[in-house]
Design a protein around this ligand. Sequence first.
Ligand SMILES: NC(=O)c1ccc[n+]([C@@H]2O[C@H](COP(=O)([O-])OP(=O)(O)OC[C@H]3O[C@@H](n4cnc5c(N)ncnc54)[C@H](OP(=O)(O)O)[C@@H]3O)[C@@H](O)[C@H]2O)c1
Length: 295
Amino acid sequence: MEEAQLLDGRYVAGQIHRETMEAVQRLRRKGILPCVVFIRVGNHPPSELYVRMKQKKAQEVGIQSEVISFPEDVSQKEVLDNLNRLNLDPSIHGILVQLPLPSHLSEKQIALAINPKKDIDGFHPLNLGKMLLGEKDCFYPCTPLGIQELLKRYKIEIEGKEVVILGRSNIVGKPLAALFLQKSKYANATVTVVHSFSQNIKEHCRQADILIAAMGKARFVTRDFVKPKAVVVDVGVSRIADSSSPQGYRIVGDVDFDEIKKIASWITPNPGGVGPMTIAMLLANTVKAAELSQP
Ligand SMILES: NC(=O)c1ccc[n+]([C@@H]2O[C@H](COP(=O)([O-])OP(=O)(O)OC[C@H]3O[C@@H](n4cnc5c(N)ncnc54)[C@H](OP(=O)(O)O)[C@@H]3O)[C@@H](O)[C@H]2O)c1
């Protein structure tokens, strides 16, 4: 049996970045300078890295960006006051608060405080609700959007397929299920979502034409979860100890890539699959926010 072909997120993200750059240039010619603000709280090395990566890519495509870093003990009021200021500033089109936040801050209240028109992460309840209704003048969460776009660019058929999603978080599993369930192009799937209370997880997964793992459990999905010729998308990011790497760890996904590439038809590498797509959609959402901000 042939090995699975790669759903190369880095390559597709590169294409999307070029399209975003062209859109930025069009906006600049009209005198609009797309601008995003990243908010970071405390000392959380992965969050620092994610914000640095997002800012670097924003610069590359010509989007202006600013990082506001708060100390670990910042008050909820100070974060909300800053969000209010940014909400009212017409030169700022996108606002992203990097998660996770320290436990004394309410992620729910902070998501609610971002102007939905600047909510490029798509986590505001108004945007999530509009997404559920299939509306387009809003922002969809970037990871689900990136997964759909990746499949679309590789011409993977979604319509009528059995899609099984492992994980039901508010930022990946649930919005992804809503996206694939839409009565629209690149959707129209039959969707099953499994979680930690689900029975017979393996059996559900084996029904999948498209299996999407978003649990954060290193290499949980082994060969016996996957139907031959299935399309497998690995969202998970876990650190496992690795004495041969300078940091003492390495990043792995939820999927046992080496085994599953032998039976799947398509598979995302990890890293290099969903991660780059998430950033690409974030910057595409920023440009959309700048476009929608115009009267
Ligand atoms: N590459 C990217 O761009 C990107 C973006 C976002 C997230 N991620 C990664 O994707 C993973 C998931 O992220 P998340 O924010 O969605 O995580 P999360 O909020 O921790 O949700 C994990 C989900 O997996 C389910 N789950 C956990 N263990 C399970 C088990 N043994 N059996 C069945 N279900 C199980 C949980 O079920 P319950 O609901 O029942 O607890 C939950 O619904 C993480 O590794 C994260 O780092 C990557």
